[in-house]
Design a protein around this ligand. Structure first.
Ligand SMILES: Cc1ncc(COP(=O)(O)O)c(C=O)c1O
Length: 461
């Protein structure tokens, strides 16, 4: 039997971070940096608990988490070992489904405060309304020939929702029901792009956009943004498609001002480019008047993409693509050939939520809750905060080089963060943190911000 190694661990009982999280964080870091190596045996849960003066559950919980992430290997009756392969992802292949999922989805370990962006609050919905929606979906006969445009009834309801909530002059004939923004963007890319075409993405921006464009054969062109959004003067003339987030730029947080919206549309008319407007975060806006969607300003040049991922949750898998009728027909034709579709029962359930006003009620509740979390961030980190007038994230501006170390240290103190540097396609040009407050409770937002405040170096504002 291989010897048990000694692990130097220190616990801070005053920090408020659960002890199991502290143990898991330190063991993970030791494995990441080589302090603990593949095949080495960890102390027994009982032995380590005694050594640390904690209950055995603390150590068992920490080990369980590291098993789930693929860092540890357990052999029945013979102890706990550091997994053989260096990469936990590779190690997880072939393991049980739970372990693989934990690695794929980068779920936060229990007890950690998760302030990473792109994660909505998925606990606040009305469970009774949800069950009603699914009862109604269950009554629908299964359709052998799913319509590539989506259910006519849901297209009608979505058009009405867009007219009401976004003042977009749209009829059902312009709406296709998708599985979300990623699906909509891919359908546009499959229809309009290919080898020899150039597609613009925001820099920094949503990382999925360049991946989707590249996977359809286009050359990806990073287009710089400033604190207001995409910089029109910097756009080249030969883009077939430009992907942009005017309602709340991800991750810098700008809301594209009207004059710049008009300039952008003039650029598209002059060059013949199609603008793909990710209407991301438009549902959530704080203390500012709504701005018209680009689609509403020029329906001939713009494709608008929307999603329920932020308002209900990405697990629902429902979004919309709004386009001029001719382009929509081309997308539907391409979609049919790719055997791509949106689940019928999901469409029926969402139609019920829209019909009964349940989605509107949910949005009103969530707006209040998110506004409070956003206020907590502004209160704690005011001078550093940018782009806080909409959406579920803000940017915390920091001098170059500060954010990566800060993220590491915050992780050790139980707070998960993300940098703006990580959302660049090329070399980083915008520096700081991108803080998401969708998936952390108000108390956790406060806790996380207190840790960030302590870690920001003096004079960094
Ligand atoms: C900028 C942006 N747009 C859209 C989405 C949602 O995409 P989907 O509807 O495919 O879940 C995300 C998710 O994180 C995002 O960051």
């Amino acid at each position: 039997m291989r010897p048990t190694i000694d692990v130097p661990l220190t616990l801070d009982r005053e920090s408020g971070v659960p002890l199991a999280v502290q143990v898991a964080v330190q063991l993970r870091e030791a494995m990441r940096t080589g302090g603990l190596r593949a095949g080495e045996r960890l102390p027994s849960t009982r032995g380590l608990a005694t050594l640390l003066g904690v209950s055995r559950t603390v150590v068992t919980d920490a080990y369980q988490q590291l098993y789930a992430e693929g860092w540890l290997d357990g052999r029945h009756g013979s102890g706990t070992y550091v997994a053989d392969e260096a990469l936990p992802y590779e190690k997880a292949e072939g393991r049980d489904v739970r372990a693989r999922r934990a690695v794929h989805r980068e779920e936060a370990p229990p007890g950690m405060v998760d302030l990473r962006p792109g994660r909505p609050w998925v606990f606040g919905y009305d469970k009774a309304a949800w069950r009603r929606a699914w009862r109604s979906a269950g009554q629908l006969p299964l359709n052998a020939f799913p319509d590539p445009y989506g259910h006519p009834e849901l297209r009608e309801l979505l058009a009405e929702h867009l007219r009401r909530a976004r003042a977009v002059p749209v009829g059902a004939g312009n709406v296709m029901v998708t599985r979300g923004t990623g699906n909509g963007l891919d359908l546009i890319a499959a229809t309009l792009l290919g080898p020899g075409t150039r597609a613009g993405v925001e820099e920094p921006g949503w990382r999925a956009a360049p991946r989707i464009f590249a996977s359809r054969g286009a050359e990806v062109v990073p287009c710089p943004v400033d604190e207001q959004g995409v910089i029109v003067e910097a756009l080249p003339d030969d883009l077939r498609v430009l992907y942009t987030t005017p309602a709340h730029q991800f991750p810098v947080g700008g809301r594209l001002p009207i004059p710049r919206r008009e300039k952008l549309l003039a650029w598209a008319r002059r060059t013949g480019a199609i603008i793909v407007e990710d209407d991301y975060d438009a549902e959530f806006r704080y203390d500012v008047a709504p701005l018209p969607a680009l689609y509403g300003l020029d329906p001939g040049r713009v494709v608008l993409l929307g999603t329920l991922s932020k308002s209900l949750g990405p697990d629902v898998g429902l979004g919309w693509l709004v386009a001029p009728a001719v382009l929509l027909d081309a997308v539907a034709e391409r979609r049919g050939r790719l055997a791509d579709r949106t689940s019928g029962p999901v469409q029926r359930a969402v139609a019920t939520l829209l019909e009964g006003g349940d989605l509107d009620r949910h949005l009103r509740r969530m707006r209040l809750e998110y506004a409070r979390r956003r206020a907590a961030i502004v209160e704690a980190l005011g001078p550093y905060v940018r782009g806080d007038t909409a959406g579920l994230h803000v940017m915390v501006a920091l001098p170059a080089g500060v954010a990566p170390g800060l993220v590491r240290e915050a992780g050790e103190r139980g707070v998960l963060l993300d940098t703006t540097e990580a959302h660049h396609h090329g070399p980083p040009r915008v520096h700081g943190l991108v803080l998401g407050y969708g998936s952390a409770s108000r108390a956790d937002v406060r806790r996380g911000c207190a840790v960030i405040r302590e870690l920001i170096p003096p004079g960094a504002a």
